[in-house]
Ligand binder design. Structure first.
Ligand code: HEM
Ligand code: SF4
Ligand code: SF4
Length: 468
């Protein structure tokens, strides 16, 4: 397939690309292409202003056509008998580590597809799109196959894991039964966003699979341009750092937004991630279009007695004070002080020393626009609101703001434009105006030495007075 690209003449960043055949027939695409070619453009990669984009023509391999899996999965591969036809896969079974190939061989997965991928050094699976069946608008994906002679393609049904990723053994058994009855006999658990995926479901068994998952107490969804499954950190269930109840917040998310998770209606997908503290174990800021991160506003607390004991046992406080990113700590060998104004609440000292704990006045920061793919590539999110009270059980303030952000996105973004790209295009000040949040210094995106924020004591006092 021939692709026509318009790229920055200086750094080669591809600003726009079209399929050559579409460019020939689609008048709108032609118009835009002609316009862009002559337009003054600021390259988002090297920030050069250019009046003439470079045109390139590249040949790429066409994506295989999507096709619903018409036939059931193949028979189970014979285990451990006779010569096998998968020498490269067999190689991956060697060594002491549990092997994924050993697991796959016990199922009805088409191992030849993987073998072929290893042989060609290129996966034989491709994106096949999403599909729906009556009543299930979201939750079914198709994988396309480059080798229909081995496997025609595979459908995959996606369900949400229970919050905290805790399962009763009963639910887990029910899940196994569904995967055995309708799929390859594989469960892909907690795929990149905490989803349960039942692989290899034939077209005519999709309905039964969904029904049985629902009967097991789970629910199906999280594909397409919808709110996606929401990933949270283990937080209050196991972690000592937790500032807000991330697991309860996920529960509240589904209670409020289940319709938006199951019915795609946005310009593009919206991934939600929740972390209980700025350590951000879910990498919410890199992975979530919307990231909600537990924060504290009072300075870190110091337990003098515990600190003494810790130092006597060999703790190196001088090193920690030296490594504080804003040099907010002073350690004279016996006494530790933290300059509340300089401290950006980054958690470094708290993670290192058990005598220092997060301060009080806790809530969440709401950030938007983090992502990997999309027009402008990987983006860090911007802080939309540096502090929002997180009040269980429904976390109304937090989710009201999220709903406002996605309403603005829904109304103003272009089709297939990720939230981060939309904010980049409109600018953070215009975006905040649309959402109706005041501009604050904490939203600053550059120059910035770290992803945290901080307040002066006066600002803190003023904002608390406002809240009262
Ligand atoms: C022959 C006439 C026109 C052509 C070929 C044309 C073409 C375009 C193109 C290619 C864009 C996309 C620009 C980009 O993404 O950077 C655009 C955007 C836009 N055009 Fe036009 N346009 C025309 C007439 C008009 C007229 C008459 C108006 C208003 C009365 C208008 C208002 C806009 C606006 C507001 C945008 C920005 C939309 C956005 O950013 O989402 N255009 N136009
Ligand atoms: S993000 Fe914070 S609260 Fe959540 S698991 Fe990590 S350290 Fe614990
Ligand atoms: S939380 Fe971070 S910025 Fe604040 S004192 Fe500790 S290391 Fe320094």
């Amino acid at each position: 397939m021939l692709i026509v690209q318009l790229a920055c003449p200086k750094c080669g960043f591809v600003i726009e690309q079209y399929r050559a055949d579409q460019l020939e027939t689609d008048a709108q695409k032609q118009k835009r292409y002609q316009y862009l070619r002559k337009k003054q453009t600021l390259c988002p990669s090297c920030l050069t202003q250019t009046s003439k984009l470079e045109e390139r023509r590249v040949e790429v391999e066409a994506a295989p056509e999507a096709e619903l899996l018409a036939e059931g999965p193949s028979e189970a591969a014979p285990v451990g008998e006779g010569p096998t036809a998968t020498p490269l896969c067999d190689e991956l079974e060697r060594g002491p580590w549990p092997s994924h190939v050993t697991e796959l061989k016990q199922t009805r997965y088409h191992l030849q597809m993987y073998e072929e991928g290893l042989r060609q050094k290129k996966t034989q699976w491709g994106f096949g799109g999403y599909t729906s069946i009556p009543g299930v608008a979201s939750g079914i994906l198709m994988r396309a196959s480059a080798r229909p002679d081995i496997a025609k393609g595979a459908n995959l049904v996606r369900a949400f894991c229970p919050s905290g990723t805790f399962y009763s053994t009963k639910t887990l058994r029910a899940l196994c039964d569904v995967a055995d009855r309708h799929g390859y006999g594989i469960l892909h658990l907690h795929a990149t966003t905490c989803d349960i995926e039942v692989l290899g479901v034939p077209k005519e068994e999709l309905r039964a699979t969904v029904d049985e998952l629902v009967a097991a107490g789970l629910d199906v969804g999280s594909t397409g341009d919808a709110y996606r499954n929401c990933q949270e950190c283990i937080g209050p269930l196991r972690c000592e750092m937790v500032l807000v109840d991330s697991v309860a917040m996920r529960q509240a998310y589904f209670t409020r937004f289940l319709d938006d998770v199951q019915y795609p209606r946005f310009p593009h997908k919206i991934k939600f991630k929740l972390s209980g503290c700025p350590n951000d174990c879910t990498r919410s800021q890199q992975k979530g279009d919307l990231a909600i991160v537990g924060v504290f506003r009072d300075p870190p607390t110091i337990n003098e007695a515990r600190l003494d004991g810790w130092v006597r046992n060999g703790g190196d406080m001088a090193h920690i004070a030296r490594m504080c990113p804003t040099r907010a700590m002073e350690w004279d060998g016996r006494r530790l002080t933290i300059d509340a104004e300089a401290c950006v609440r980054c958690m470094y000292c708290i993670n290192k020393c058990p005598a220092i704990r997060p301060g009080g006045d806790r809530g969440v920061a709401v950030l938007a626009g983090g992502k990997m793919r999309g027009k402008y590539g990987p983006l860090q999110p911007v802080v939309i609101a540096p502090f929002v009270p997180a009040i269980p059980p429904d976390f109304k303030e937090v989710f009201d703001l999220c709903a406002k952000i996605t309403d603005v996105y829904d109304e103003h973004a272009r089709r297939k434009e990720r939230l981060g790209d939309f904010i980049y295009r409109t600018g953070i000040d215009e975006f905040c105006r649309l959402v109706g949040v005041p501009a604050t210094a904490q939203q600053m995106t550059a120059p910035r030495v770290n992803p945290f924020y901080h307040w002066t004591p006066e600002e803190l006092q003023a904002s608390r007075k406002e809240g009262e």
